[in-house]
Design a protein. Structure first.
Length: 293
């Protein structure tokens, strides 16, 4: 029996996958320096979006052409896979471990240690993107010391309400409710998936209420969301804006970017320039703004 070249590669990768996993179980830090090193250099703790690939590509893309002088620290998720093993997809170990509760606990510990080792830095900004943007308010509420919080492509809806809106884009109301009920019925299932994630992952998000965490944060918060986001519904940002007004949370700024998708345009030079102009303008009000001289 002849085995195709592609099949042969997949078999070879499958045999070596345990080796790759053994080298990536411990949490590591990806560090990126933005701009020249100056006395005003600030610290950014970046919480990445979903997925099991190493965070370097995501961080490098989002922070390409970012203004200022920053040291960006990003936690590497447990059980990530680098190429060529990443072509096998996420491991079962990754799916079992990756829940919002575990992410919040691990990212809280990471952020606390990052601030402890950079206590002489004036500008200390927590930025979360997508999944990381959902985690960010819980981290900021638990770890005092950040001067600003930025949530990108992540609103403040209760998890179940956000997923319901996402499901309703492709399903009728009854089908969406049946899907939610199945997730509740099989909360630890890592074989059944919906919207690209396992039931276990979604179940861990259903009862999260980011707005409750935002209520306990008094430092300035910026939330940016694209009105063409096909991953996290823009209603999540509208909800955050309405709730912040109702609660008198004047420290929260919520903006919807016209024509922007889930990446907020970070995949192109023009899109990144627009995104960072807005972030940099918002940071101008900070007495600890990190300026490249």
């Amino acid at each position: 029996m002849r085995i195709s070249t592609q099949a042969g590669w997949l078999i070879w990768l499958a045999l070596l996958a345990p080796i790759a996993l053994a080298t990536t179980q411990d949490r590591k830090t990806y560090e990126l320096m933005v701009g020249p090193s100056t006395p005003q250099q600030g610290l950014i703790v970046f919480l990445p979006g979903s997925g099991c690939e190493p965070v370097a590509s995501q961080v490098d893309t989002i922070f390409a052409d970012a203004p200022g002088s920053w040291r960006v620290l990003t936690p590497e998720k447990r059980d990530t896979r680098s190429a060529p093993w990443s072509y096998l997809g996420c491991s079962r170990r990754f799916h079992r471990h990756t829940t919002y509760q575990n992410l919040i606990a691990a990212d809280t510990d990471f952020a606390r240690r990052a601030l402890e080792h950079n206590d002489n830095v004036c500008a200390r900004v927590l930025i979360g993107y997508s999944e990381g943007g959902t985690v960010a308010p819980f981290v900021a509420a638990a770890v005092p010391g950040f001067t600003r919080v930025i949530a990108l492509s992540a609103g403040a809806l209760r998890g179940e309400d956000e997923l319901r809106m996402t499901l309703r884009r492709n399903l009728d109301a009854a089908s969406a409710e049946r899907t939610l009920a199945r997730i509740r019925a099989f909360p630890n299932d890592i074989d059944q998936t919906v919207e690209g994630e396992t039931f276990r992952y979604w179940n861990s998000m259903l009862d999260l209420e980011p707005m409750r965490a935002y209520q306990s944060i008094d430092i300035p918060v910026l939330m940016l969301h694209g009105d063409e986001d096909s991953v996290v519904p823009v209603e999540a940002a509208h909800f955050a804006a309405a709730q912040s007004r109702a609660l008198g949370k004047h420290n929260m700024t919520v903006e919807v970017i016209h024509g922007a998708d889930h990446s907020l345009g970070s995949g192109t030079a023009d899109g990144r320039a627009r995104l960072w102009r807005r972030i940099d303008h918002w940071l101008e009000g900070s007495p600890c703004r990190a300026i490249a001289e």
